[in-house]
Design a binder for this molecule. Structure first.
Ligand code: M6P
Ligand code: ZN
Length: 232
């Protein structure tokens, strides 16, 4: 590994812009075909102008072992049918690598899942520092009415594996019900064929804020809006 010079970038908390950045990723709805349930609503929105869903600004650091990649993501507010705007979601190509998200603006959820069917949903509000352990796929969802902005950092050799999520989907969807975000089962989720499927047990429920434990709790009575959820 070559010796690098120390450097700093400047992050604007209100806009998510980080400068100087090396790469900017822009994802429109047409980049997300197959990921939303309501295909008619999706095609109609694409026809009407193909809305911008999210942008990622990544600082220029080599993608190699020992380095830390850092970036900001800006997910715009909106829905496709009743499903909120969200990222594609991915496993790391090197699955034994973790990631951290620091929430700056807006609100949303961090959905995570493992190959063997464990599921987690963490609420993200400004100041939330979320830890994505190794082996957990991750997707973020904007459930508010302003841009949801967070800072992320992950190992330089992590890599992005989108294929597994493209093929199997996420076990849970975040949808609007009566004006509130709710976590529901994804009817089109294809679990991993060779591993035990924990999500096939009882229909999951969501913890009320009062019953929530330090780890998100698991002892909720009835489905309700999500505020911290973990299954598995
Ligand atoms: C976060 C990080 C990035 C990721 C981005 C968008 O900023 O996890 O690595 O690229 O979110 O998510 P995705 O790549 O799944 O579209
Ligand atoms: Zn990641």
């Amino acid at each position: 590994m070559r010796l690098m010079q120390p450097f700093a970038a400047q992050l604007q908390f209100h806009s998510g812009l980080i400068e100087p950045y090396g790469e900017k990723t822009v994802r429109r709805l047409s980049d997300m075909r197959g990921m939303y349930q309501d295909i008619a609503a999706m095609e109609e929105l694409i026809k009407q102008g193909d809305p911008l869903l999210y942008e990622v600004y990544e600082v220029d650091v080599p993608h190699e072992e020992g380095q830390l990649i850092y970036c900001t993501s800006i997910i715009y507010p909106g829905k496709v049918g009743d499903e909120y705007y969200m990222t594609k979601g991915h496993f790391h190509s090197k699955e034994s690598t973790a990631e951290m998200y620091f929430s700056l603006q807006g609100r949303g959820y961090l959905l995570m899942q493992t190959h063997d069917g464990q599921v987690s949903a963490l609420e993200m509000v400004p100041g939330t520092v979320a830890y994505i352990p190794p082996f957990w796929a991750h997707r973020t969802v904007n459930t508010g009415d302003e841009p949801f902005i967070f800072f992320g950092v992950y190992p330089g050799d992590a890599g992005h594996n989108y294929g597994t999520i493209e093929e199997r989907g996420f076990a849970k969807l975040v949808v609007e019900r009566n004006g509130k975000p709710v976590l529901v089962d994804n009817p089109r989720y294809h679990p991993h064929p060779t591993l035990p499927r924990k999500q096939e047990r009882a229909t999951p429920t969501l913890p009320s804020p009062a019953s929530r434990g330090g780890n998100g709790g698991n002892n909720a009575q009835s489905p309700r809006e999500i505020s911290g959820y973990r299954e598995g």
